[in-house]
Design a protein around this ligand. Sequence first.
Ligand SMILES: CC(C)(COP(=O)(O)OP(=O)(O)OC[C@H]1O[C@@H](n2cnc3c(N)ncnc32)[C@H](O)[C@@H]1OP(=O)(O)O)[C@@H](O)C(=O)NCCC(=O)NCCS
Length: 99
Amino acid sequence: MFEIGVVLYRQRDRGKRYGREAVELLTTWLFAAGGADRVQATTEAANTPMRILLEQLGFRLEGILRAFGTLSDGTRPDGALYAVVKPDWVDRPGVPTSS
Ligand SMILES: CC(C)(COP(=O)(O)OP(=O)(O)OC[C@H]1O[C@@H](n2cnc3c(N)ncnc32)[C@H](O)[C@@H]1OP(=O)(O)O)[C@@H](O)C(=O)NCCC(=O)NCCS
């Protein structure tokens, strides 16, 4: 089982789909060469860009993890657990078939 995450450190790099490209490339590699059958990603439930990105790529929401995170101010936000399995990734829309 593999858990992935991504951070674009510079604000100016965000919103240009670089994050989506990075997650797509890494997930493709994990299934094709890394031996993965399942790839999961957990993000803050309030992280709209990350959740949209994952859903656009075909990751499915598997649950809300209550009080999952720990922030420096002491608050504990909920998390959202997403995952995709190999057959769904290989057959996702927009991927050319190899034949
Ligand atoms: C989260 C992060 C990785 C996303 O990467 P990105 O390259 O900025 O993402 P994208 O450009 O593909 O944007 C994702 C989608 O969210 C949408 N979006 C962005 N902010 C939004 C908001 N506040 N409300 C609704 N939609 C929003 C974008 O429009 C985009 O959808 P589109 O492709 O249909 O236009 C990046 O912003 C980041 O590094 N943030 C800080 C660290 C972080 O939160 N990492 C995730 C930890 S698990």
